[in-house]
Design a protein around this ligand. Sequence first.
Ligand code: C2E
Ligand code: CA
Ligand code: CA
Length: 503
Amino acid sequence: MNFDLLPIAGAAAIALAAAALGAVAWRRRRAPAKPAAAQSPANTAVLDTLTGLPALASFERLVQERCAAVEKAGRDACLLAIGVDDLRLLRDDAGAACAERALAAAAAALRGAVGATTLLARIDADAFGVWLDAPREAGEKLAQRLVQTFDAPLDVDGRALAVPLSVGLAVAPEHGGGARLIGRAAAAMQAVRRSGGHAHAVFDARIDATHNEEVLIARELQHAVVKRQLELFFQPRIDAATLKVSAVEALLRWRHPTLGLVSPARFIPVAERHGLIETIGGWALDAALRQAAAWRQADVKLRVAVNVSGMQFRQDDFAARLERGMKAHGVPADGLLCELTQAVAMENTEATRKAFARLAALGVEVAIDDFAAGAAGLAALAHQPVRELQIDRATVAALARSHDARAMVESAVRAARELGLRVVAEGVETEAQRDAAVRLGCHQLQGYLIARPMSARAVLMWAADAASTLAQTMPSAAFKDTLPMVNPGAQHGFAATRISLGR
Ligand code: C2E
Ligand code: CA
Ligand code: CA
């Protein structure tokens, strides 16, 4: 079986097809503008009602005119796309009205920073555009200054709110004019956001390729569910003490007709940015429950861990949908585990607090995926109903050679023990990593050394042999004192009792 996923960046077919798409994605989410925009006379700016700034349609027209003028004059000019980071978090935590006032305050602060005569507009729900009639160096300086200025919190209704910025810069005429120039500055801004935000970047060909590829993926991904191109693979995780399968993690795969198997690491973030995660994540959850139910019907009580995107988790009806799915498929709460990233679990917004409370009421356990921040991070999670910590693959990879990694795992295990959490070592690839993880007290192991992600059918075949194979491969000296070994002689064929739920 081929488990290698195609690294789709660089696929020539995509690059070619994507080039034709140009600034389509950019036009997907326009800033709210007055409906009369299209009919307004050419010399009247259509204003955004919230900020009083020109809206996108007017800005495009003005930028088009100014681009023509600088090109004629043989000068360069800059277009800055300025995105307010994390506006969604603020909306979840403090409400839509507060988020709107924060955006209006940001618009006022930007006006103060760029001066009264500079062309400033609202170009998206959470982004502004600035036309700067000056060469690239001046544009970069302004971008840097804006990012730094917004380090200081803004005063919104007497509250000090952090409103960090991501700024993308495109240069006219080199990077085009009008809508194309704005789209390219916005693509640079999105690239900044993808790498964490709170910085600036100048548009280049690489950003263009990534942006176009993303647009193409998003367009095709929309139809992936209907076209039945999505699949779940399952990766077993074992209990370090008993060597029994404690759970399987459901991992999405997109079987694309020309690209082959596409990794979720590539398409999940795209789905999140393009409003597709509810459909895709909803499908994955339902498919995982369906498979869990099928296994249970075959008397295999296998707990299924599902990855839940922050965007799904924050949805008002996430827990209600989960409950409906569990009822419809007849899967009890302990047949399921929700994996959340640490960043989402630590958000502590109104939306996440509610979601945690509802999951706790349902009795569904939550695991923290890719836990890497040590005991301090754990303290921040102590108030959430989390039951499991998964040590991320990078830390596990460093275990055999890095004292820091070992110290981090040791302190996480100690703190987890106090809080009654179990600890899973993820991405275990070598025996040295496995032995170190077990010696440090990790309760469960997952990784290529134990098993690769596989189809649901393959899980049963693997499990039939797993206990005896693992027992033969794992009786290393490091386990003598810590691991009660299963007796390989006692294994006979596949039995549901050997596949049991974790603690
Ligand atoms: P993750 O939750 O950290 O999942 C573990 C990833 O590490 C999986 O990659 C798995 O195949 C890989 N892996 C497991 N053991 C090893 C190992 O020993 N060595 C190495 N090098 N890799 C190992 P995958 O399947 O490509 O998934 C990537 C990420 O995509 C997942 O990371 C998860 O964050 C996300 N994802 C997968 N399925 C879903 C889903 O249904 N919903 C959501 N929201 N995200 C998903
Ligand atoms: Ca996971
Ligand atoms: Ca993980």
